[in-house]
Design a binder for this molecule. Structure first.
Ligand SMILES: Cc1cc2nc3c(=O)[nH]c(=O)nc-3n(C[C@H](O)[C@H](O)[C@H](O)COP(=O)(O)OP(=O)(O)OC[C@H]3O[C@@H](n4cnc5c(N)ncnc54)[C@H](O)[C@@H]3O)c2cc1C
Ligand SMILES: Cc1ncc(C[n+]2csc(CCOP(=O)(O)OP(=O)(O)O)c2C)c(N)n1
Length: 604
């Protein structure tokens, strides 16, 4: 595990000027809350129970941070993620033992895959009962080992302060990720007589390399300088490193087009002429063409995921590859690279910029811009029917949302349309589950972001099926007056799975229909894209009413804009349910395992 030696030294210097804090007598449960305060936690999310009740007994005595009671522990984890990804700080969650802790597994795995910093404190049965099949006992450290960056079962109150300090440090440094601390009930109750929150982590084997090798920096610049067709492939690591400004400087100074992964959207402004938007399975034609034709690919905080590379042996066939990543295990994991730059993307980019001079690349940029002009994202939007195309809904959100709006999504077709048709111009304003692809992520993630930024507009673009996976969190939003706006693209299907069945499984729509025709409605006689006589469950208008929130269902194109304006202007939490064309597919698409050169473009 990496540890930032540089950061440690800086903090030590600062600390030596201030007087050492006096030891205090404190119970384990109080130490947890004190650690949150010392780490500057502003809000924590979670759910109580018997094995963590002592910590909760102290939580409401703190006036330093808020606590949001969620309606499910999975919701708490995604709220923590939404908070962490939009603020750059550690998301904090507290849950009970057994079912409370096992409910966190999906959120932990999600945070692990998407490099999101979380600290999760779980209660455990008393130490003496561990291994006895005690009430609400689960081997949480065993269960979560592979979905956490690190986890601890606390063995004594004496070690608790240091483990809490370590947990926050591990979560936020290097490649960020989730850390779980499982605390038996007796340790929460035990008293430490000489408690002081440690100033430093104690992690001898954990080192983070933040500066890349200087020789490799030179090699990287030489490669960029000598290339004629360079391309930047930027990912979530740029956002983690807060390196958007440096990325912008490199791209514009050296005239290099930029394509962005799903996780990196917003790290480079998509309204810039050098922006090629997303690459990969559902990326733009021109971004994928640029990858296949470039002679130097600069991977910046991106990890060559299979949704990006397609068939690896045919990925970027003509390119020398430079890879900057803070995690050495990412280097040459999927794709063999020519120059590795292990370190923090911001520092690496600054180092490259010290060498970088203006480059021309104008012939290449002209080619790429021609591809961009000739192959725009497009959909069947010009029919005179009153059907609402899902892409139009995203375009309308794009038009009506604030400049600094935060957009979250669930998982499926709507997620891809959001990525394609919303124009991302700012970092840390996009929340999506990329690596794990967790349906149920979008609503709670939006709530976490709204808690962090109460005044900003936060919008969830949801599929009807995904939204139901954590729909109970509407209560959390409504109860806490968090005015998230949810726009549901309701197609009455598990749309993304239906698309695969349509394209690769001979239209065998096995168990993917979530709506049903009304009695007497003959589907075959109606436009298959438009089954407005179907029964859609639930009725989101009525659901919103149940939570005393604004809600409206829209089924006709002409009503869309006004309804969305009303939704966005409404005061609290709101749901706009839009019945979209039912059998729309996401294009472009690279079939799984095919090369990026084999994109299916969809409509003519
Ligand atoms: C239905 C669906 C379809 C998808 N289709 C696509 C698609 O078409 N295109 C696409 O791009 N994705 C797609 N994805 C997402 C995909 O699965 C991956 O999640 C995504 O491509 C990974 O993005 P990334 O490479 O930016 O890496 P991330 O997962 O964001 O990882 C960040 C990388 O940066 C490194 N890093 C972290 N911090 C730093 C730092 N400070 N400095 C330097 N490096 C750092 C990390 O070690 C890691 O290697 C899809 C997902 C779903 C659910
Ligand atoms: C928890 C979970 N279960 C199953 C899946 C597989 N899956 C991916 S997309 C999808 C359908 C999503 O449907 P919906 O939310 O309505 O969105 P749409 O694709 O229709 O836009 C499913 C079942 C998943 N990603 N996550």
């Amino acid at each position: 595990m990496p540890n930032s030696v540089k950061t440690q030294k800086k903090t030590q210097k600062k600390k030596s000027k201030t007087s050492a804090p006096k030891p205090r007598s404190m119970q384990g449960c109080g130490i947890v809350v004190d650690a949150f305060e010392q780490e500057g936690v502003e809000v924590a999310f979670g759910y109580p129970g018997g094995a963590i009740i002592d910590v909760f007994d102290k939580i409401n005595q703190s006036d330093k941070f808020d606590f949001v009671l969620t309606r499910h522990e999975q919701g708490a984890l995604h709220m923590g993620e939404g908070y962490a990804r939009t603020t750059g700080k550690v998301g904090v969650c507290v849950v009970t033992s057994g079912p409370g802790a096992t409910n966190t597994v999906t959120g932990l795995a999600d945070a692990m895959m998407d490099s999101t910093p979380l600290v999760v404190v779980s209660g455990q049965v008393p130490s003496s009962l561990i291994g006895n099949d005690a009430f609400q006992e689960a081997d949480v450290v065993g269960i979560t080992r592979s979905v956490t960056k690190h986890n601890y079962l606390v063995q004594s109150v004496e070690e608790l302060p240091q483990l809490l300090k370590n947990a926050f440090h591990i979560a936020r440094t290097g490649r960020p990720g989730p850390v779980l601390i499982d605390i038996p009930k007796d340790i929460q109750k035990a008293t430490l007589e000489d408690y002081v929150y440690p100033a430093e982590p104690d992690l001898p084997g954990y080192h983070v390399q933040v500066d890349a090798d200087k020789e490799n920096i030179k090699k990287a610049w030489e490669l960029i300088k000598s290339s004629e067709k360079p391309l930047i492939y930027a990912g979530g690591g740029i956002l983690n490193a807060d390196a958007s400004d440096e990325l912008y400087e490199l791209a514009t100074r050296c005239n290099i087009p930029v394509t962005t992964t799903l996780m990196g959207l917003g790290c480079f402004p998509e309204d810039h002429p050098l922006a090629l938007l997303m690459l990969g399975m559902h990326g733009t034609v021109y971004a994928n063409m640029a990858v296949q034709n470039c002679d130097c690919l600069i991977a910046a905080g991106s990890r060559f995921d299979d949704r990006v590379t397609g068939k690896i042996s045919e990925f970027a066939p003509n390119a020398k590859i430079i890879h900057m990543d803070i995690d050495p295990s990412s280097i040459s994991k999927n794709v063999e690279v020519d120059v590795d730059l292990v370190g923090d993307a911001k520092i690496i980019l600054k180092d490259i910029l010290k060498l970088a001079k203006k480059c021309d690349n104008s012939d290449w940029v002209k080619d790429v811009q021609l591809w961009k002009k000739e192959n725009p994202l497009r959909y069947n939007g010009d029919d005179d029917s009153d059907l609402i195309r899902p892409q139009l809904v995203v375009e309308t959100i794009n038009e009506l949302s604030d400049d600094d709006a935060i957009i979250s999504t669930e998982v499926g077709q709507h997620q891809m349309w959001a990525a394609q048709y919303y124009t991302f111009t700012k970092p840390r304003a996009w929340l999506t589950s990329g690596g794990l692809g967790t349906m149920g992520f979008g609503l709670p993630a939006a709530i976490g972001a709204q808690k962090a930024f109460p005044k900003r507009q936060v919008i969830t673009i949801a599929g009807d099926a995904s939204l139901q996976m954590n729909i109970q969190e509407i209560a959390t939003a409504a109860y806490n007056n968090l005015p998230v706006k949810v726009v549901v693209l309701n197609n009455g299907w598990l749309g993304m799975v239906r698309q695969w069945q349509d394209m690769f499984y001979d239209k065998n729509y096995s168990t993917t229909l979530t709506s049903k025709p009304q009695p007497g409605c003959n589907i075959s006689e109606t436009n298959p894209a438009d089954w407005r006589n179907s029964e859609y469950l639930p009725n989101y208008e009525k659901l919103a009413e149940a939570y005393n929130c604004w809600g409206r269902r829209v089924t006709k194109k002409d009503d869309l804009k006004d309804a969305m304006i009303e939704c966005f202007q409404s005061e609290g939490f709101a749901i706009l349910e839009v019945w979209v064309a039912r059998e729309e597919n996401v294009f472009p698409m690279v079939p799984a395992g095919a090369s990026l050169s084999q994109m299916l473009e969809g409509m003519a």
